[in-house]
Design a protein around this ligand. Structure first.
Ligand code: NAD
Length: 246
């Protein structure tokens, strides 16, 4: 049983935080899950004891590696129903004018271009299902919706993810594929600043005045991955503790 019984999912950023909570939740809901992250061994340790989860190493900046991870999902499970793009980086904290070309390019390469590579590979496999179909969930950020105290390339890359989501949702709708975004507010993962003062400032942006747990964000991702969200496509759900209300 479970809300994803019989489904096959691939989750990037699956070794930590929101991605790992999603892998665990999907497996509990009956899915077979490929957890993809930079380091295969670290990913395998993270998902150990999670029945139905398989760890794969891939850098989402490398399109051949992304394609290979999806081929692995197809070889292992014969189909693909759900893809979640949670791999992401916050980037260097620096004054705008001190940001280097590489600082900007690398955040875009992971958060936006990496999401495109993964979406493209997911659509290829979902079109091969009979009948064709699937659900893609891209992790953006409340930083794409409102001013957020992070370096400029982070909200820029995450706003790009929302545009990519809407564009692809329109292009693949007739293939039975839905594409949506989740834009979390401050979430308790290794990405949240360790410095207590900065952390407090970020968390206090939401009227609930706390960080989300990774499991709370995985709950929203599960909804968008499952058939319960069958009439959602091209949309953004933002669990953000009341930071942005709309
Ligand atoms: P996290 O650091 O715990 O997890 C991110 C994972 O992505 C890590 O395991 C990391 O190894 C992986 N990753 C980074 N670069 C990669 C690459 N090139 N290829 C493959 N994997 C790569 O952080 P998290 O908070 O769980 O972040 C998950 C997503 O949620 C990110 O996209 C992040 O931007 C987004 N997000 C986080 C917050 C928050 O407050 N934590 C808020 C909004 C959005």
């Amino acid at each position: 049983g479970g809300r994803l019984a019989g489904k096959v999912a691939l989750v990037t950023g699956g070794a930590s935080g929101i991605g790992l909570a999603t892998v665990r939740r999907f497996a509990e809901e009956g899915a077979r899950v490929l957890a993809v992250d930079l380091d295969a061994e670290r990913t395998a340790r993270a998902v150990a004891g999670c029945e139905g989860a398989v760890a794969v190493g891939a850098d989402v900046r490398d399109s051949a590696a992304v394609d290979a991870a999806y081929e692995r999902a197809h070889a292992e499970f014969g189909r693909l129903d759900v893809a979640v793009n949670a791999a992401g980086v916050a980037g260097a904290q620096a004054d705008l004018c001190d940001l280097t070309d590489e600082d900007f390019a690398d955040v875009v390469a992971v958060n936006l271009t990496g999401t495109f590579y993964s979406v493209r590979a997911a659509v290829r496999l979902m079109r091969r299902n009979s009948p064709p179909g699937g659900s893609i969930v891209n992790v953006s950020s409340t930083g794409a919706l409102a001013d957020f105290p992070l370096p400029a390339m982070y909200p820029a890359s995450k706003a790009g993810v929302l545009g990519l989501t809407r564009a692809v949702a329109a292009l693949v709708a007739t293939d039975g594929i839905r594409v949506n975004s989740v834009a979390p507010g401050a979430t308790d993962t290794p990405m949240l600043p360790g410095d207590e003062r900065i952390r407090r400032a970020v968390v206090d942006l939401g009227v609930l005045r706390r960080a989300a747990s990774a499991e709370e964000i995985a709950h929203t991702i599960l909804f968008l991955a499952s058939e319960e969200s069958a009439f959602y496509t091209g949309q953004t759900l933002s669990p953000n503790g009341g930071y942005v209300m709309r």
